[in-house]
Design a protein around this ligand. Structure first.
Ligand code: FE
Ligand code: FE
Ligand code: ZN
Length: 264
């Protein structure tokens, strides 16, 4: 993955810890991990961002669903000890009709049990992803993320997904400063550790969560340019989740670099 990243001009990347729809992870090959660590150090790659499977729902109504979420995250965090300094992003969950409050409690309780069962402070920063608020998703409002952060013993960060906040009704195209001020006053900008850089197929507040290629959606290239250059965001790692193949990502990375006035 490190060599692929370098071949398309990336200096960070996101990967799924296992099949995005769930299931067992391959056993860790420590030789691979060691090679990756030295390659990443040499080429200045990082921080790498691990993404939990989409099926992970800490706020599920069925205990089977919640147990899968807990076991998966616990296992992922143990495995990520092999790559210290990585980050681990997950969708807080969907309360499936139990209500936002109940959802927040279930998510926070799971994180606290995981922290307790690990028995050590993870070398990985766990990030809550901002969500579009689709269906019964928790995390579409900054207050919901803050409520989770406040109830959890381990230090949590936030990953801001540009498509999700836009779809959730935060106008990052016309009022980026206002949105960042709101984030700062509710959650605190010191919690913001990563950005998922995506355009959106749908209009502001649509709560749809359909990613578009950069400049091919409703957020638009001018707004995305302001995002990647904003003094409060510029130094964060940006991860693309646009519907691209490898060549497409290579082109988008070159585009983002040119928007930032960087050499490709
Ligand atoms: Fe995500
Ligand atoms: Fe995302
Ligand atoms: Zn999304």
């Amino acid at each position: 993955m490190g060599q692929t990243a370098v071949s398309i001009g990336a200096n960070v990347f996101q990967f799924f810890t296992r099949n995005p729809r769930g299931g067992a992870a391959k056993p860790l090959d420590m030789l691979d991990v060691g090679e990756f660590e030295s390659y990443a150090a040499e080429r200045g790659i990082g921080p790498i961002l691990a993404h939990a499977p989409y099926t992970l729902n800490a706020a599920g109504a069925e205990s089977r669903v919640r147990e899968f979420a807990e076991a998966t995250m616990f296992d992922d965090l143990k495995r990520l000890e092999a790559t210290p300094g990585a980050m681990y992003n997950f969708h807080p969950g969907s309360h499936v009709g139990q209500g936002i409050e109940a959802g927040i409690t279930l998510i926070a309780d799971m994180l606290n049990r995981i922290a307790g069962n690990l028995g050590f402070a993870p070398a990985t920063t766990v990030l809550l992803e901002t969500m579009a608020g689709k269906g019964s998703e928790v995390g579409g409002r900054f207050e919901e993320l803050k409520a989770i952060v406040d109830c959890v013993e381990m230090p949590l960060g936030v990953c801001l997904d540009t498509c999700h906040v836009w779809d959730g009704g935060f106008d990052i195209a016309n009022d980026l400063d206002g949105v960042l001020e709101e984030f700062d006053s509710v959650v605190g900008l010191e919690r913001l550790k990563a950005v998922h850089l995506n355009d959106s197929l749908n209009p502001l507040g649509s709560r749809k969560d359909r990613h578009a290629k950069l400049g091919k959606g409703r957020i638009g290239l001018e707004a995305l340019s302001r995002i990647v250059n904003h003094p409060l965001l510029r130094d964060l790692p940006f991860y693309l989740e646009t519907p691209c193949d490898l060549q497409g990502y290579k082109e988008e990375i070159a585009l983002v670099r040119s928007l930032r006035g960087e050499n490709p």
